[in-house]
Design a protein around this ligand. Structure first.
Ligand SMILES: CC(=O)N[C@H]1[C@@H](OP(=O)(O)OP(=O)(O)OC[C@H]2O[C@@H](n3ccc(=O)[nH]c3=O)[C@H](O)[C@@H]2O)O[C@H](CO)[C@H](O)[C@@H]1O
Length: 396
C-alpha cells in the first residue's frame, strides 16, 4: 500500500514538474517572442527596437522638430521686450550658468535660444520670486562671434573674457583642453560675479525639463548634497541599461526581479508558494525573478525610470557615472574646488573634462559625486561643437 502511495505521489510530482516547465516555457515564449516585441519595436532604447526600420525616420523627425523649435525660439527672442533676468542679484540660493560656444554645424537649430527660452519659463515657475538667477557665459572672443548669445544680451547678463584674458588664452591647444579651459573660466567668473549658494552649470544644448527646479531644490534640501562635489543631472539614455558597468544597477535589477516575483507569487492563488513543496516554490521564485529581470532589461530601463517623474521624492540618487557634463549641480562652493582641479589637469581626446571630473571625485579626500535619475534635461545637441559631425546625425 505504501509502495503505491509512493508511486502515485512520485508520479504526481513528475506531472506537476512537467506541467510547470511547460507553463514556464509558454510564458517565456509568449512574453519575449510576441508581447514585448509587439509593444517595444518602436521604443528607441529597447532591445526590441527595429533599427533598420525606424532609426532613420525617427532621427529625421527629431532633427526636423528641433529645427522648428530653434526657428521658433529665434523669432521669440527677436520679438520679445527685455526680460528682467539682466539684473542678477548677489548671493542667490541658486545660479544657473549656461556655457555657450559658436557652433559651425547645426547653427540653424539655435540650441542656445531653445535652452534659454525653456529655462526662463521654468525659472518663472516658482511663484513671485524667480527659482534661480541666470547667467550666460559666452566663451567666444566677442559678441560678433556668437550671434545667439548676442541676441540674448538685452534679456540676460552675458559674461565674456576681457581683452586681457583673451590675450592670455591665445595659446593653441586641442579642442578638449580648450573646452575645459572655457568651462573653468565660466565656473570662476560666475562665482566671482554672483557668489551663489549653489550653482548649476548647463551646456548650451541642455534643455531643462519642466520639473527641473522643483527637483533641483529638493536635491539641495537633502543631507547628501552637503557632502558631494557635484550631482550630475543627465546621463545619456543609451547608457542607462542594467547591463552596464555600474555596480549599483545590478542590485537595483536584482531587487526589481525579486520584488516583482514575490508580489506575483503572493497575489496568484494558483502559484501560492505555500501550496507547493519548498523546492517547487523556490523554483517559481527563481524563475519569476529572472523573468522580471529579463523583461525589464529588454523593455529598457530608461522607460522604467520615467515612472519616477511622478514626484521629486522618487528621483533616484546614485554614485556618479563617468560620461558627460551637460547639466551639473555644484552644491555650496564646490564649483570652485572643481575649477581648481580641472585647471590643474590637461584634457585630450578620450580624457575630456567629464572623465577628469569623474576621476577627481575619486581622488580627492571626501570627494563624493552623485547622479540623479531620470534626467532633468533633454540633450538636444545633435551637432557637436567639439567633435566631427555627420551630415545628418542619428539618434543612436
Ligand atoms: C551629451 C553629451 O554627451 N555631451 C558631452 C559631449 O559634448 P558634445 O560632443 O555634445 O559637445 P557640445 O557641442 O555639447 O559641447 C559641450 C560644451 O562645450 C562648450 N564648448 C565647446 C567648444 C569650445 O571650444 N568651448 C566650449 O566651451 C559648448 O558650448 C558646450 O557647452 O562631450 C563633452 C566632453 O568633450 C562633454 O562631456 C559633454 O557633456
Amino acid at each position: 500500500m505504501s509502495q503505491w502511495k509512493a508511486f502515485f505521489s512520485h508520479g504526481l510530482g513528475q506531472l506537476r514538474w512537467s506541467n510547470t516547465v511547460v507553463q514556464a516555457l509558454a510564458l517565456t515564449v509568449v512574453t519575449f517572442c510576441v508581447v514585448l516585441p509587439l509593444c517595444c519595436h518602436r521604443l528607441l532604447y529597447s532591445y526590441f527596437f527595429i533599427r533598420s526600420m525606424y532609426l532613420d525616420s525617427m532621427s529625421e523627425q527629431v532633427l526636423q522638430d528641433s529645427y522648428l523649435r530653434g526657428q521658433d525660439a529665434l523669432r521669440f527672442w527677436q520679438s520679445l521686450a527685455p526680460l528682467g533676468f539682466r539684473n542678477v542679484s548677489r548671493r542667490p540660493d541658486l545660479l544657473v550658468t549656461v556655457v555657450t560656444a559658436r557652433r559651425s554645424d547645426g547653427r540653424d537649430f539655435h540650441y542656445l535660444l531653445q535652452v534659454m527660452r525653456q529655462l526662463s519659463a521654468a525659472a518663472g515657475s516658482c511663484g513671485p520670486r524667480r527659482c534661480a538667477e541666470v547667467l550666460v557665459c559666452d566663451v567666444e572672443n566677442g559678441p560678433l562671434d556668437n550671434q545667439d548669445a548676442r541676441l540674448l544680451e538685452p534679456h540676460f547678463r552675458v559674461v565674456r573674457r576681457s581683452q586681457q584674458e583673451q590675450r592670455l588664452n591665445k595659446e593653441r591647444v586641442n579642442t578638449f583642453e580648450k573646452e575645459k579651459r572655457d568651462y573653468v573660466f565660466c565656473l570662476r567668473r560666475a562665482w566671482a560675479l554672483v557668489k551663489p549658494r549653489n550653482m548649476v552649470v548647463l551646456e548650451d544644448d541642455a534643455l531643462p525639463r519642466p520639473d527641473f527646479f522643483l527637483v533641483v531644490k529638493h536635491l539641495l534640501s537633502r543631507r547628501f548634497a552637503l557632502q558631494t562635489l557635484y550631482i550630475k543631472l543627465y546621463h545619456p539614455e543609451r547608457l542607462q541599461r542594467y547591463w552596464n558597468p555600474e555596480p549599483y544597477r545590478l542590485l537595483e535589477w536584482l531587487g526589481l526581479g525579486v520584488v516583482g516575483a514575490t508580489a506575483l507569487l503572493l497575489s496568484f492563488p494558483y502559484w501560492n508558494p505555500c501550496s507547493f513543496s519548498f523546492s517547487l516554490s523556490a523554483c517559481h521564485l527563481v524563475f519569476f525573478t529572472l523573468y522580471f529581470m529579463a523583461a525589464a532589461e529588454l523593455l529598457g530601463r530608461h522607460y522604467l525610470l520615467e515612472a519616477r517623474r511622478l514626484s521629486p521624492q522618487l528621483y533616484a540618487v546614485n554614485p556618479a557615472t563617468e560620461c558627460c557634463t551637460p547639466a551639473m549641480l555644484f552644491p555650496g562652493n564646490t564649483s570652485l574646488r572643481v575649477a581648481q582641479y580641472l585647471d590643474a589637469s590637461f584634457c585630450v581626446k578620450g580624457n575630456a573634462k567629464d572623465m577628469v571630473m569623474y576621476q577627481m571625485a575619486r581622488a580627492l579626500p571626501g570627494g563624493r559625486s552623485h547622479s540623479v535619475e531620470p534626467n532633468l534635461i533633454s540633450h538636444i545637441g545633435a551637432y557637436s561643437s567639439v567633435r566631427p559631425n555627420p551630415a545628418r546625425p542619428k539618434l543612436l
